[in-house]
Write a protein that binds this ligand. Structure first.
Ligand code: HEM
Length: 481
C-alpha cells in the first residue's frame, strides 16, 4: 500500500517549474520584469506557463503563485512553512532601521509577537470604550466639516489620514493629535513616502535587487526610503523613551505600555527594545496609508454609484434610523452595507501582490517539489478577480457577496488582507474604522462627484494602489442632531 501511494505521488510530481528562459541575460536575468507593470507581466506569463512559474532576476529566482488555488495550497494549507522572509543583504538593506520588526521576525518569536499584538489590538479597540469615543468624535468632526463646506466640492483624503493616524496611535501609544498638529501630518507624509518609494507594482519589478542597483546611484526613491525610515526610527524611539520615563505597572494603557510590562517580566527574550521599535514602525506605516486609501476609495465608489449608495442608505435608515450613529452591533444585520464593504476590499485590491515569502522547508505546490529557501510572490489580485469564485469578478457589484436568498456569502478566494500565517494583523482595526466612518457619512450625507476625471484609475505607488485625487460633493440628507 505504501509503495503504491509512493508511486502515485511520484507520478504526480512535475519535473521543474516552467518560466521564461529568454531574454535571460547573464547578470540581469529575465529583464522584462524591470520594465513592465508587474500585474500585467504576471498575467502574460501566467497565460503561457500556468498557475506557478518562475524567473531569475539578478542572482535570485522568484516563484510566482498566480492563482487562488496555488496560493491557497501553499500559504494556507502549508502555512507554517511559508512564514520566512528573504535574508539576503540586498533585501534587508531596505529595512536597515527596523530589521527586528514584526515583518522580519520568524519562527517561534514571530508567533509570540503576533499573538501578543492581536491580544493588545483587541484590548485597545474592541474592549476599550475610549477607542469608540475617539471614533465617535472623529465622526462628529467630519460631519461638521462637511456641513461647513455647504455642498462645495471637497477632497477628503487628508481627513481620512488624520483619522487613520489617530486610530493606530491610540492603540500603540494613546496619543491623539488635533487636526492642526503637524506631528500627525509628518507621520502620514512619511508613511506615504515610504510606500511610494518601496519597490513594487508600479516599478514593474520585484524590486529589491534592482533597488540596490539604484542605491549605488543614490536615486531619489532610495533616498526617500531612507529618509522616511530614519524619521520613523526617531519617532518610535521618542515614543518609547517617553513611555519608559512614565511607566507605571498599574496603568497599562496601550501597546507600548504592555510591551514594556512584558519585557520586565523577562518572560521571553523577544520582548526587547529593538523588536519594539521595529514593530512600532511597521504598524504605523502599514496601518495608516492603507486604511486612508480604502476610505477614500469607498467614498469615490459611493459617489460614482448612486443606486448602490441609495440601497445602503435605505438599509441604514431602516436598521439604525437617524437618532444615533451606526455601531458595530448593527453591522451584523446591515447585509447590503457589509457586502458593499467587502466589495470595496475586493474590487480595490489595495495590496495586490504579497510581500516576498520564503519557505522554511521543502514543499509541494501544484505538483512541483520545491526545495527550502525559495522566494515566493503571490498574485492575490487574481484571487480577487477569479471567475471560479465570483459571479461578477470584473464589475463593482456588492452582489458578489450576496446569494439569491439575500444572505451574505463567504467567498473562499476573498483574500484582500492576505492569506496564511502572515495575513495582515491589522485587518480588524481597518475594518472597524472604515465601516464606522463611511457608514456614518452615508447615513448623514449623499455623495456625488462634481466631475469624474478619475475613471477609477489608481496610481500604483510602490506596494499599494492609490486613487488619484478627486473631489466629492456632500449634501445633507438628515438634519444635524
Ligand atoms: C484596508 C486596510 C488594509 C489592507 C487592505 C491591508 C492588507 C495587507 C496585506 C494584503 C498584507 C500582506 C499579507 C501577505 O503578505 O500575505 C498586509 C500585511 C501587513 N499589514 Fe495590513 N492591511 C490593511 C491595514 C493594516 C493596518 C490598520 C495595520 C496595523 C497594524 C496593518 C499591518 C500590517 C502588517 C504589520 C503587515 C505585515 C505582516 C507580516 O509581515 O507578517 N495593516 N496587509
Amino acid at each position: 500500500m505504501r509503495t503504491l501511494s509512493h508511486h502515485v505521488k511520484k507520478a504526480r510530481t512535475r519535473v521543474s517549474i516552467p518560466g521564461p528562459t529568454s531574454p535571460n541575460f547573464p547578470l540581469v536575468g529575465y529583464y522584462p520584469v524591470l520594465f513592465k507593470p508587474l500585474l500585467q507581466l504576471f498575467n502574460e506569463l501566467g497565460a503561457k506557463y500556468g498557475e506557478v512559474f518562475k524567473f531569475r532576476l539578478f542572482n535570485s529566482e522568484y516563484i510566482i503563485l498566480n492563482s487562488f488555488d496555488a496560493i491557497n495550497e501553499a500559504y494556507s494549507q502549508q502555512s507554517e512553512k511559508f512564514s520566512h522572509r528573504p535574508t539576503k543583504f540586498t533585501f534587508l538593506k531596505f529595512a536597515h532601521k527596523f530589521l527586528k520588526g514584526y515583518s522580519f521576525t520568524v519562527g517561534s518569536d514571530f508567533k509570540i509577537q503576533k499573538r501578543f499584538f492581536m491580544q493588545k489590538l483587541r484590548a485597545f479597540t474592541l474592549k476599550d470604550p475610549q477607542f469608540f469615543t475617539t471614533i465617535g468624535n472623529n465622526c462628529n468632526f467630519l460631519l461638521l466639516y462637511l456641513d461647513s463646506k455647504s455642498a462645495k466640492p471637497v477632497d477628503l483624503r487628508e481627513l481620512f489620514a488624520w483619522i487613520a493616524i489617530n486610530s493606530i496611535s491610540h492603540v500603540l501609544c494613546s496619543k491623539y493629535f488635533e487636526l492642526n498638529d503637524d506631528r500627525w501630518k509628518q507621520l502620514y507624509q512619511n508613511a506615504n513616502l515610504f510606500f511610494a518609494s518601496m519597490p513594487g507594482i508600479d516599478q514593474s519589478i520585484i524590486g529589491v535587487q534592482f533597488r540596490l542597483f539604484k542605491a549605488i546611484f543614490r536615486s531619489k526613491s532610495y533616498r526617500d526610503l531612507i529618509k522616511s525610515s530614519d524619521f520613523f526610527y526617531k519617532t518610535a524611539n521618542e515614543w518609547v523613551n517617553e513611555k519608559l520615563c512614565n511607566y507605571n505597572s498599574s496603568e497599562i494603557n496601550d501597546y507600548i505600555d504592555s510591551f514594556i510590562h512584558e519585557s520586565l517580566k523577562d518572560s521571553h527574550k523577544t520582548f526587547n527594545r529593538e523588536q519594539l521599535i521595529g514593530n512600532l514602525i511597521q504598524f504605523i506605516i502599514a496601518g495608516s496609508d492603507t486604511t486612508t486609501n480604502t476610505m477614500y476609495f469607498a467614498c469615490y465608489m459611493l459617489a460614482k454609484h448612486p443606486n448602490i449608495q441609495a440601497a445602503m442608505q435605505k438599509e441604514i435608515d431602516e436598521v439604525v434610523g437617524n437618532e444615533r450613529f451606526p455601531t458595530l452591533e448593527d453591522r451584523r444585520v446591515l447585509i447590503y452595507t457589509e457586502a458593499f464593504f467587502r466589495e470595496i476590499d475586493r474590487y480595490y485590491a489595495l495590496a495586490p501582490i504579497s510581500i516576498i515569502r520564503v519557505n522554511s522547508d521543502e514543499v509541494m505546490v501544484q505538483g512541483f517539489k520545491i526545495p527550502k529557501g525559495c522566494n515566493f510572490i503571490a498574485n492575490t489580485n487574481n484571487c480577487l478577480r477569479d471567475s471560479k469564485y465570483f459571479k461578477n469578478p470584473f464589475e463593482f457589484d456588492p452582489d458578489n457577496f450576496i446569494n439569491s436568498n439575500g444572505e451574505l456569502i463567504n467567498v473562499q478566494s476573498f483574500v484582500p488582507f492576505g492569506i496564511g500565517i502572515r495575513r495582515c494583523p491589522g485587518e480588524m482595526l481597518a475594518k472597524i474604522e472604515i465601516y464606522l466612518i463611511i457608514s456614518t457619512i452615508i447615513q448623514n450625507f449623499s455623495l456625488s462627484l462634481s466631475t469624474d476625471e478619475n475613471k477609477e484609475k489608481e496610481e500604483l505607488k510602490g506596494l499599494i494602489k492609490v486613487l488619484r485625487p478627486y473631489k466629492v460633493i456632500a449634501k445633507r440628507r438628515i438634519k444635524q442632531r
